[in-house]
Design a protein around this ligand. Structure first.
Ligand SMILES: NC(=O)c1ccc[n+]([C@@H]2O[C@H](COP(=O)([O-])OP(=O)(O)OC[C@H]3O[C@@H](n4cnc5c(N)ncnc54)[C@H](O)[C@@H]3O)[C@@H](O)[C@H]2O)c1
Length: 305
């Protein structure tokens, strides 16, 4: 297979000053992509911004012969999102690839999460994703080209203890990616989700001694594939954890049709409703609400009631 190249492409990568984002930036740059290294250099809880992480990555990319510049705006505000995208347009006149990867963590159980901590994480992961994609989308549409990768998490799909803010924000990536998939389809804009697992400062304290190596470099090829012009998929989700790459899916049971339901009907039919044989897994082009309803009606007809 020919080497996958990104010559002439411009990528904006949020949170690219450290960890996973840095690996994405260095890999894409090594294949000819121009990189906006966005990172506000904050601590893990989102405090004390600094310029050095983004600058360090830019220096490393340039030292290796690539092209990059730093942007230390925060993704957490509308103005910040616009400034990040505008920086790419001002310098290189386009945005082809957008990876929203910036993240912070603030812990608290459902009983003691502070509202300030809840909002801080929602602002970076969820609102940040909206701010940068909202700013980039019209330019991608005008160029009839775009590749978007949003970052979710195992915790976004399955939940996790003490991070309701993080789990809610990461689950929201599914809705955003599917809307970009639908609205971008006519404009050669594709959007997918990465569910990574890697040893970064975010994983500090986790006992991973029993697992295969989990370096962030192992995740970067999956993200780079999702960003390439040959990427055939949109509206999909991929795990890349400790060397295992897999697709995550949303599935529905076929369910049961009845024209009228009582509470007792639900109770007495629950095994059929929950039965996981013949799951539906809609293709991205079936996402549209109308098509989902069509499929529901088809089942009703098939069950002949
Ligand atoms: N490491 C894992 O195992 C793992 C698992 C699941 C999901 N993720 C997700 O992957 C992404 C990258 O995580 P990581 O492990 O590399 O963490 P990391 O802390 O090493 O990197 C995150 C970067 O985001 C930057 N950032 C934070 N707030 C920002 C803001 N407002 N504006 C711009 N930049 C900001 C930080 O300065 C930091 O450099 C995150 O979205 C994280 O939730 C990581």
């Amino acid at each position: 297979m020919d080497e996958y190249r990104y010559d002439g492409r411009v990528a904006v990568i949020t949170g690219a000053g450290r960890g996973l984002g840095r690996c994405y930036a260095e890999l894409l740059a090594s294949r000819g992509c121009k990189i906006v290294v966005n990172d506000n250099g904050s601590t893990i809880v989102g405090a004390d911004t600094q310029e050095s992480p983004a600058d360090e990555v830019v220096n490393a990319i340039k030292a290796a012969g690539g092209e990059a510049f730093a942007c230390t705006e925060s993704v957490a505000t509308e103005a910040g999102g616009q400034a990040i995208i505008q920086a790419a347009l001002d310098t290189w006149g386009r945005v082809d690839i957008l990876i929203h990867n910036a993240g912070n963590v603030r812990r608290g159980s459902m009983s003691d999460m502070l509202y300030e901590d809840f909002c801080s994480v929602i602002d970076v992961h969820l609102m940040g994703a909206y701010h940068v994609t909202r700013a980039a989308f019209p330019h991608m549409k005008a160029n009839n080209y775009g590749r978007v990768v949003l970052t979710s998490s195992i915790g976004g799909i399955y939940g996790n203890y003490d991070v309701v803010n993080y789990s809610m924000a990461k689950a929201a990536m599914i809705g955003l990616s599917n809307v970009i998939t639908l609205e971008g389809k006519e404009h050669n804009i594709k959007s997918n989700i990465i569910l990574p697992g890697a040893v970064t400062r975010m994983a500090e304290g986790l006992d991973i001694s029993q697992y295969p190596p989990m370096e962030p470099e192992k995740v970067a090829p999956v993200v780079a594939w999702l960003c390439h012009e040959n990427c055939p998929v949109s509206g999909e989700m991929y795990f890349s954890v400790a060397g295992r790459v897999a697709r995550a899916l949303i599935a529905e049971t076929p369910g049961l049709y009845k024209s009228d339901w009582t509470i007792e009907d639900v109770a007495s039919n629950v095994d059929t409703i929950r039965a996981t044989e013949d799951l539906w897994m809609l293709a991205p082009e079936d996402f549209a609400f109308g098509q989902h309803l069509g499929k529901s009606f088809a089942i009703a007809k098939e069950q002949g009631q």
